[in-house]
Structures are given as C-alpha cells and as structure tokens.
Ligand binder design. Structure first.
Ligand code: FAD
Length: 285
C-alpha cells in the first residue's frame, strides 16, 4: 500500500522532502541523505520540481529511482505553468509506467520578469484534472497557512483552496513558524465544509539569509523572537542549523498536539537535522 491517501487513513504520516541536486557532489549528498533517512522508515518522501520545468528530467529520474530502490514511495512535485498538455501527459505516463502512485499537483510560479510563460495551464486545479485522467494517482495540492502571495484576500484564498482540496486527496502546506497559522487554516477550511487532510510542512532552517529570502517570497512571517535568534547565529552555520532543529522540534511538538494528519519535513538533502528532530521528539522511526 503506497497511496498517500491510504497511508493517511491508517494514521499519522512522517515524510521528508528533497530537491534535485545540480552537481555530481550534490547527487552524492542526495543519495547519502535518502539512505541515512531510510533508517527512520518514512511513510514516503517527495522530490521538488524546478520552476517552469527546470528539473523536469532530474526530478523524474530521482523519483523513479528512489521509488524503485527504497521500501517507501517517492512522490514527485509537478508544476503545470509553462507546460503544454502533451508534455505533462508524457511525464505523467512515465510516472504511471514507473509505478509512481502519488503526485503533488502544483501550478508553479510564472516567470519572475512578468513574461508570458506560454503553455496550456494557469491553475493547479487544471493539473489535478489531467493527473486523474492519466492515472489512478493519489493527488496532493499546496496550501498556504498565511495565504498564497497572489491571493487578493483571505476569503478568496480560503474559498479557492477549499474548492481545490475537494478535488484532491490531501493538502500539504508551505512552511511557517507558528502552529497558530496552521490551526487557523484548518479551522477556516472546516468552516467551509472541507474535510480533506492538510499535512503541515516544517522546514528546519539551515541558512539565515536564505530563510529570510524564502519567507519573504512565500509570505511566511518570521516572528520577532525568531528574527532576534537568527541575528544571533548569523555567520555561524552550525549554530544556525542547531537553531533550525530546535525551532522545528518545538513546532512539530505543537502540531502533534493539534492532532495533525501527518508531518512533512524539508530534509534539504541532509539527514542530520531530521535525525536530531526525531531524537528531540523521542521518535525512533
Ligand atoms: P494554485 O492553487 O493554482 O493557486 C495559485 C493562486 O491562484 C492562489 O492565489 C489561488 O488562490 C489563485 N487561484 C487558484 N484558482 C484560481 C481561479 N480559478 N481563479 C483565480 N485565482 C485562482 N513550486 C515549484 O516550482 N516546484 C515545487 O516543487 C514546489 N513545491 C511546493 C510544495 C508545497 C507543499 C507548496 C506549498 C508549494 C510548492 N511550490 C513549488 C510553490 C508553488 O508552485 C507556488 O506557490 C505557486 O505560485 C502556486 O502553486 P499552487 O499549486 O498553490 O497554485
């Protein structure tokens, strides 16, 4: 049983996210992290997809290989903006033939310079439809506890998200630093009658400037107390990583108290932070 919808129905899932490396050394680190983290017996892992298809082949090759070599399923992220229908059908067929059972269906971001990306798709809901046409995949979608940066207002964001979740099997969130954002998201979705499970995404930060940049891009608030702690560790990579572990461990503990359906940890192609979070929570596997 490797469909995430089925895994969620059986209990709390624990999953790790990786990204496609750009260099041979990066690939060695990716493989080492996947192998080390396999000892924690994740429910599944996921591999991100470069904006506008920048890592189309690498993501596919890694997902197919990890799915084949490991005892847990690997799920590709897939974005549709800038792609033609035929391109996506070809990719989805290769996933189906390769035994992939789960897809994270995303819109993706349009080009930063405002140019027209071309292609046949604008929104994630159109990709969900196509994914379901091509195969019997379990389909996940993105959710933004602090609203999607392109949403005009909270009410519209939540309404469209509830509509999207109704077509999907599960949601997975952008990272955030305060469990209250997740609790509010889930309450607002419940008020709209949404019952699709939404898995919180937790990022153990490893880099001060990178965290600030990503948070600004994604509309994730860095609370004042964390800004101050980031200032204190800036320039010290190991102290930054340890802060990331401490903050993520506290956040996961808060989320578990809320009764989340699963926990999705951004492994960032390294095993040590995840292993330390597990140790801090008293989890073995
Ligand atoms: P959508 O659900 O289409 O929403 C985008 C915006 O459009 C929202 O504001 C929504 O309210 C609005 N909208 C939706 N439908 C309509 C409609 N019918 N009319 C008007 N407005 C509408 N990006 C990558 O490039 N690669 C990745 O691997 C990747 N992985 C991600 C994983 C997670 C868990 C998350 C949360 C995000 C990820 N992203 C990734 C980022 C994501 O692709 C971008 O945030 C993108 O801008 C939005 O994708 P979406 O699927 O949420 O889009």
């Amino acid at each position: 049983m490797t469909r995430i919808a089925d895994l969620l129905a059986k209990g709390t899932t624990w999953s790790f996210e990786f990204f496609p490396p750009k260099t041979p050394e990066g690939l060695v680190a990716f493989d080492a992290a996947v192998n080390d983290l396999s000892a924690l017996e994740p429910s599944y892992v996921s591999v991100t997809y470069g904006a506008l298809g920048a890592t189309r082949d690498t993501t596919r090759d890694l997902v197919l290989r990890v799915n084949r070599e490991q005892s847990f399923p690997a799920m590709p992220h897939l974005t549709c903006v800038g792609h033609t229908r035929a391109e996506l059908v070809e990719l989805l067929e290769s996933y189906r033939e390769g035994g992939i059972e789960n897809i994270l269906a995303l819109a993706g971001d349009p080009p930063a310079d405002g140019s027209d990306p071309g292609g046949d798709f604008t929104y994630a809901t159109e990709l969900i439809e196509l994914v379901r046409e091509v195969g019997d995949f379990s389909v996940g979608v993105a959710a933004f506890p602090e609203l999607h940066p392109r949403s005009p207002d909270r009410e519209t964001d939540r309404r469209l998200l509830a509509e999207k979740l109704a077509l999907a099997d599960f949601g997975m969130t952008q990272f955030f630093f305060d469990a209250e954002h997740y609790r509010r998201l889930v309450d607002e979705l419940a008020d709209l009658g949404s019952t699709t499970p939404v898995i919180p995404g937790v990022m153990p930060l490893v880099n001060v400037a990178g965290t600030r940049r990503m948070a600004a891009m994604n509309g994730s608030e860095i609370p004042t107390w964390l800004q101050e702690r980031l200032d204190a560790v800036d320039g010290d990579p190991e102290a930054t990583r340890r802060l990331g572990v401490e903050v993520a461990t506290g956040l996961v503990a808060d989320l578990l108290e809320l009764g989340v359906p699963g926990v999705h940890l951004y492994a960032l192609n390294r095993a040590n932070s995840i292993e330390e979070i597990y140790a801090g929570l008293g989890l073995k596997r």
